[in-house]
Design a protein around this ligand. Structure first.
Ligand SMILES: [Ca+2]
Ligand SMILES: [Ca+2]
Ligand SMILES: [Ca+2]
Length: 148
């Protein structure tokens, strides 16, 4: 009974902000709002595919089309905050199978599935805002030391 966390526990940690092993709807949506902001480089509250691609973890670039199709409800080629929130809501509902507004216990095992092809994963995380720096510039903040 020790292994409560699913494989994607790094992703889970990003959502379980207070680390109590449960993810409330509030935590979930707040984490995704942060994610949206990270992707929205020009801060126009709309995610263009180019903005997403810039931050997307490499292994997910092939999924970009799928993600866009899933989120871009009005099919204008971009993801508005409303569209993003709607998708977040649906994701939470998918995870919260018993409808108690908390994702916990067995429900956590769905995280990996639900977020398999999703923008808001651990690796989309707080990377430095380096889009404008030349590639290869050794400008890593010294705070994060874990190998990736
Ligand atoms: Ca934008
Ligand atoms: Ca749209
Ligand atoms: Ca639940």
């Amino acid at each position: 009974m020790t292994g409560g966390l699913p494989r994607e526990d790094e992703t889970l940690k990003q959502y379980d902000v207070n680390g109590d092993g449960k993810v409330t709807r509030t935590e979930f949506l707040a984490a995704r709002r942060l994610c949206f902001v990270r992707y929205d480089a020009n801060e126009d509250a709309v995610l263009a595919p180019a903005e997403i691609r810039r931050r997307l973890p490499g292994r997910l670039t092939e999924e970009l089309g799928v993600m866009m199709a899933r989120m871009d409800r009005d099919q204008d080629g971009e993801v508005s905050r409303e569209e993003f929130d709607h998708n977040s809501d649906r994701l939470f509902q998918f995870l919260d199978t018993n409808g108690d507004e908390v994702v916990a216990g067995m429900e956590l095992s769905l995280f990996g599935t639900a977020l398999h092809a999703d923008l808001c994963q651990a690796s989309c995380g707080p990377q430095s805002n380096d889009a404008t720096k030349p590639p290869g510039a050794p400008r890593k903040p010294a705070s994060r030391s874990g190998p990736s």
